[in-house]
Design a protein around this ligand. Structure first.
Ligand code: MN
Length: 202
């Protein structure tokens, strides 16, 4: 996959910068994608540049086979590789707003109803967890190794791969994801996101 190994490239947005208006403004989308996301890519490439053996690994392998990472670059690779992984998924979890509420389908919807009672119950639980992130981080819906749905909070650029969990939905709760429009009101950003969130991982 072209965006999955060294040298990593900036994966283009699958929509225009203004596609999520008015819920996410185009300036935020531009800075988030072209500046923040790109910085993780540039820093990951710089960390891998002196390590030809690591350049053979995919992003998932780098973040999972952590015993192969040299001590002096471990933190750089985990932080920046995590940033690349999380953002790549986050931008795919957004789709332009529609008139009807967008809900998951199939097995995922059935698992959500079994675990949270209803889609509304899931949204409430996800929102509550996302508000708890202290400082910078992510809220994810994942399937655990036991195949159960779970909402987890991750610090900074940790990824679900470190927990051997399979991601379903990634939500960026770093301030840069919402500050230009919502200022400190993370709750308003989280409410608005339901107009956009989609479920790319089946
Ligand atoms: Mn971000």
């Amino acid at each position: 996959m072209p965006y999955d190994s060294y040298p990593f490239e900036l994966e283009p947005l699958p929509y225009k910068y203004d596609a999520m208006e008015p819920y996410i403004d185009s300036e935020t989308m531009y800075y988030h994608h072209d500046k923040h996301y790109r910085t993780y890519i540039d820093n990951l490439n710089a960390a891998l540049e002196p390590h030809p053996n690591l350049q053979e690994l995919t992003l998932e392998q780098l973040l999972t086979w952590t015993r192969f990472l040299p001590q002096d670059t471990y933190t750089k690779i985990m932080q920046n590789g995590g940033g690349v992984y999380n953002h790549s998924l986050f931008f795919k979890c957004l789709a332009p707003p529609e008139e009807e509420e967008r809900t998951p389908s199939g097995t995922l919807l059935a698992d959500i109803i079994e675990t949270y009672g209803s889609f509304t119950g899931f949204k409430r639980a996800f929102y509550t967890e996302a508000l708890k992130v202290f400082g910078s981080g992510w809220t994810y819906l994942v399937y655990t190794r036991q195949g159960k749905l779970k909402i987890i909070n991750l610090k900074n650029q940790e990824t679900p791969l470190q927990l051997k969990a399979r991601p379903v939905l990634a939500v960026d709760v770093w301030e840069h994801a919402y500050y230009l429009k919502y200022k400190s009101a993370r709750s308003e950003y989280l409410h608005a996101l339901w107009e956009l969130l989609t479920y790319p991982v089946k």
